[in-house]
Design a protein around this ligand. Structure first.
Ligand code: SF4
Ligand code: ZN
Length: 361
C-alpha cells in the first residue's frame, strides 16, 4: 500500500491518545496518535518548553525573527506572537538574497503574515548591502567549487546582515526557524567532515563566544521535527511559501544528509531525537571553559569594512564579496551561466528544498 494511504488508514483506525476521537496524525516515534486539537496542544507545549528549558529569552527582551516566508520561520513568528507578544517586543527581518522569481514570492508570503499578525518588518537586500545579488554570485561559485558551497557563501552574507541589523534594531535575541531535522543534519555533517570546532558551537542558542558585537541567536524550534511543522501549518491553516526551491539549493551537501536521515527516521522512528540527545550528552564535555571563551572574545576586532566582530582585518563576508567582485572583474562570470542552470533543473526534481535558514548557522 502507498505510504500516504497507509498513514491515513492508521489515523482512521487509531484514536487520539488524549480524547479518543479519530486521530489526525500519527507520530511514529511515540507512537502517539492525536486529533487536530491535541496535536496542536502537544506541538505548542513543546515549543514553549524548549524556550524555558534552554532559557532562550527573558521577559521584556526584544526578539528579532529572521523571516524567510517558509514554513519554519512563519511557524516561529506565529507562535512567538501567540504566546510572547505581551511580554516581548517582536519584529521580523526579511532578507532578499536576490534570486529572481523564487525569493519574491517567499517575501510576499512573509510580508502577508507580518501584516496579518501586526508584526513590524524590515526588508534588507544583498544588493543594497553588498552591491550584488545571489543571481550574480552563484554561477561563479558553482563553476569554482574551491570558493566553497553556494549555501555556505550565501549563509555567511546572511549572518553578517542578521547580526548587524539585530544590533541596529536594538534586538536582544535573533530567532531563527531551525528545526530538529536541521540540527541533526548539522551534527552529522560536522561528524562526517571532522569539523569539531563547528560542532562545539551547535546548540539551541548559538555561539560560544560572548561578545558585545554578537547578538545571540536562538532556535525555539530546535526540538521540533520538520514533518510536524508541515502538519501543524496544514492543520491550522497557516499560510507559508512552499512552492519551488531556491535554484541554488541543489548543490548543497546537506541534501544528502537530509535524505539519509529521513530514511533512518522512517525505518527507525526516533532516530533524530536520539542523535540530538547524544549530542547534548557530549556537549558539556566539549564546550570551551569560561577562560577559553574569554580568550576567543578578546581576539576579536572590528571589520574595517562593515564593523562586524572578526579575527582578521576584514570579516569573512566582506572578504568573500571582495573575492567575488574581483572574479567578476576578471570576466569569469559570463561563460558559466548556461551550463550551471541546466544542471540545477535536472537535479532539483529529485530534491526537497534546502530552505533559506539552513545556512544561518
Ligand atoms: Fe542561499 Fe538558501 Fe539559496 Fe542556499 S538555498 S543559496 S542558503 S537562498
Ligand atoms: Zn565586514
Amino acid at each position: 500500500m502507498h505510504k500516504a494511504n497507509q498513514a491515513e488508514k492508521d489515523n482512521e483506525i487509531n484514536k487520539c491518545d488524549k480524547c479518543g476521537e479519530k486521530s489526525s496524525i500519527t507520530l511514529a516515534y511515540g507512537p502517539h496518535y492525536y486529533c487536530k486539537r491535541h496535536f496542536t496542544q502537544f506541538f505548542e507545549k513543546r515549543f514553549r518548553k524548549t524556550i524555558r528549558k534552554y532559557k532562550l529569552f527573558n521577559q521584556k527582551e526584544k526578539i528579532l525573527i529572521a523571516l524567510s516566508g517558509g514554513k519554519d520561520s512563519i511557524t516561529l513568528l506565529h507562535l512567538l506572537k501567540k504566546y510572547y507578544s505581551k511580554s516581548n517586543e517582536i519584529e521580523a527581518l526579511i532578507i532578499d538574497e536576490g534570486v529572481a522569481g523564487y525569493r519574491k514570492k517567499a517575501i510576499k508570503a512573509a510580508i502577508e503574515m507580518c501584516k496579518k499578525l501586526g508584526v513590524k518588518h524590515t526588508i534588507i537586500s544583498f544588493k543594497e548591502e553588498f552591491g550584488i545579488t545571489n543571481d550574480k554570485i552563484m554561477p561563479l561559485i558553482l563553476a569554482n567549487p574551491k570558493m566553497g558551497g553556494t549555501c555556505a557563501f550565501c549563509g555567511t552574507l546572511r549572518r553578517n546582515i542578521m547580526n548587524r541589523y539585530a544590533k541596529k534594531m536594538g534586538a536582544d535575541k535573533l530567532a531563527t526557524g531551525h528545526n530538529l531535522d536541521d540540527e541533526v543534519q548539522s551534527f552529522v555533517m560536522n561528524v562526517f567532515n571532522n569539523d569539531f570546532a563547528r560542532m562545539k558551537r551547535m546548540s539551541a542558542s548559538s555561539g560560544i563566544i560572548e561578545h558585545k558585537g554578537f547578538v545571540k541567536r536562538i532556535k525555539p524550534l530546535y526540538e521540533t521535527p520538520e514533518k510536524e511543522i508541515i502538519a501543524y501549518c496544514a492543520l491550522n491553516e497557516i499560510k507559508h511559501y512552499s512552492e519551488e526551491c531556491c535554484p541554488y539549493s541543489w548543490t548543497a551537501k546537506r541534501n544528502e544528509y537530509r535524505s539519509m536521515l529521513n530514511h533512518f527516521e522512517e525505518r527507525f522512528p526516533g532516530t533524530e531525537h536520539s542523535i540530538l540527545r547524544f549530542y547534548e550528552n557530549i556537549l558539556p564535555l566539549v564546550r570551551p571553559k569560561k577562560s577559553e571563551k574569554q580568550k576567543l572574545s578578546e581576539k576579536l576586532i572590528e571589520c574595517k569594512k562593515c564593523g562586524e566582530p572578526t579575527e582578521k582585518e576584514i570579516c569573512k563576508a566582506c572578504e568573500m564579496i571582495e573575492k567575488i567582485k574581483a572574479e567578476i572583474k576578471n570576466g569569469k562570470l559570463k561563460n558559466l551561466k548556461k551550463s550551471n542552470t541546466t544542471n540545477h533543473t535536472k537535479y532539483n526534481k529529485k530534491l526537497t528544498c534546502v530552505t533559506t535558514k539552513h545556512s544561518a548557522k
